[in-house]
Write a protein that binds this ligand. Structure first.
Ligand code: ZN
Length: 438
């Protein structure tokens, strides 16, 4: 099907032609075939969508998320990372079932597309449940078959067995990546095996690294005084494209290592603040040429799935910490939220409004209070808007969310009811198993 979007205020995210105030985007099936000024368009389409001056921009790339953890929203707040993880999250996760992940992922994907997120790197268990739910909502995603820490003692075999089991579920929309949780939960051997798998399968790898001081101290003690970044380098982790989640507690030497490789950093400001981990030195990454993108992290630590809040924090925290309002400008943050995320995930046709790119597009209203008056639309989006200003989300040419309705979800309230039942039953199972004391 050929679709033409007219009367759009386009923010392309391209270095040239960043803004087209009265523009037109032509889509053939999944891809953008033409981007031009309204007056220059002669494309004949089956369907015409009039944006009435609203913003059209690439969808957001959520570069670090644990979607199904939305069912843990509010189970443990105001606690530090180690308590949160070892006394709450891990005991509950030990008792997870397929339905918990399926309904949680579905609910998170609904909130994501409502927030303008079109691509997510989802780090969670039960890959078939994640893929089914994500596909149903219609998002682009990266899913790993190797999130489980317990791999039976042979991670490489575990990963290849899972490749056999789940390999056919991946396609252009839902791709595989290679996962390690962190340097404190995975052994040298597990990390090395995952690197080998990523290399052989040509996958992007991701790991939580330098999230808080306890992790950095623990790594130094365990691994010859090395920081998590130094340790990962020593294992060859950065020899293939990699994405580090968090990068909060890094020093100059760590950043000097990262800048030598094809490594991106996904910053998760809301989660890092709420869990008391600190503030990532985004400005230092940027000034040294390290690609920075944005993640929401999971809803057990964020607790929202509102990408606008993370964009706002990404921009403003650095200004406050450095006493310099000129650092991390709004336009840079929009690039982090889109094209930088796509780069981090090695997606070469996502993140720009450009010919031959995927039609992963969002419409942000210019009629809402938060988006007015219009002096600077880029500033309005980063500093003033929220997810409620997103009125349409399109993935690969298909509208998946529009004006409070999800194309492929008939009864949103049923999804909420399922999630509530899942978390209630899960707590009960975890209590009975003796692992969870609350
Ligand atoms: Zn995380």
């Amino acid at each position: 099907m050929k679709t033409k979007i007219i009367n759009a205020h386009i923010l392309t995210m391209c270095d040239e032609n960043f803004e087209i105030p009265s523009g037109c985007v032509c889509i053939d099936d999944k891809k953008i075939v033409k981007v031009c000024a309204q007056s220059e368009c002669d494309f004949v389409a089956d369907k015409v969508i009039d944006f009435q001056g609203d913003v059209l921009m690439p969808g957001f790339v959520n570069a670090h998320a644990h979607n199904a953890m939305v069912i843990f929203r509010g189970v443990c707040d105001d606690a530090d990372l180690q308590d949160w993880l070892y006394d709450n999250i891990f005991p509950l996760e030990a008792n997870l079932c397929y339905d918990d992940v399926y309904w949680g992922t579905k609910f998170a994907c609904m909130q994501s597309v409502q927030s303008g997120i079109t691509t997510v790197l989802d780090e969670y268990f039960v890959p078939d449940a994640i893929i089914k739910a994500t596909r149903e909502v219609g998002m682009r995603a990266f899913v790993s078959t190797g999130v489980k820490i317990d791999d039976g003692g042979d991670r490489l075999k575990f990963l290849y067995d899972n490749k056999q089991k789940y390999g056919e579920m991946f396609d252009d929309l839902i791709k595989e990546y290679a996962y390690c949780h962190g340097v404190y939960t995975f052994t040298d051997k597990q990390i090395e095996d995952t690197i080998r798998y990523a290399k052989e399968q040509k996958l992007v790898s991701t790991i939580h690294a330098s999230e808080n001081l306890a992790e950095v101290g623990g790594c130094a003690k365990e691994h010859n005084d090395m920081s998590p970044i130094e340790y990962l380098e020593s294992l060859g982790y950065f020899d293939q494209p990699a994405l580090i989640a968090h990068g909060v507690c890094v020093d100059k030497d760590d950043i000097a290592i990262l800048q030598q490789y094809d490594v991106s950093v996904a910053t998760n400001p809301a989660s890092n603040l709420k869990i008391g981990s600190g503030i990532a030195p985004i400005n230092s990454f940027l000034t040294r040429g390290v690609n920075v993108c944005i993640g929401t992290d999971g809803c057990a630590s964020n607790n929202a799935l509102d990408f606008f809040r993370d964009m706002y924090l990404t921009a403003t925290l650095q200004k406050g910490v450095l006493n310099d309002p000129k650092v991390v400008p709004a336009k840079e943050v929009l690039k982090m939220a889109t094209i930088n995320g796509a780069k981090a995930l090695q997606l070469d046709d996502v993140g720009l409004v450009k010919e031959n790119y995927q039609a992963d597009l969002i419409r942000i209203s210019t009629k809402t209070f938060a988006m007015n008056p219009v002096n600077n639309l880029v500033s309005n989006i980063v500093y003033s808007a929220s997810k409620s200003d997103v009125v349409m989300t399109m993935v690969a040419g298909k509208i998946v969310y529009e004006n409070g309705k999800w194309t492929n979800v008939d009864e949103p309230t049923k999804v909420i009811e399922h999630c509530q039942k899942c978390i209630d039953d899960l707590k009960e199972r975890a209590r009975k198993s003796g692992q969870y004391q609350k």
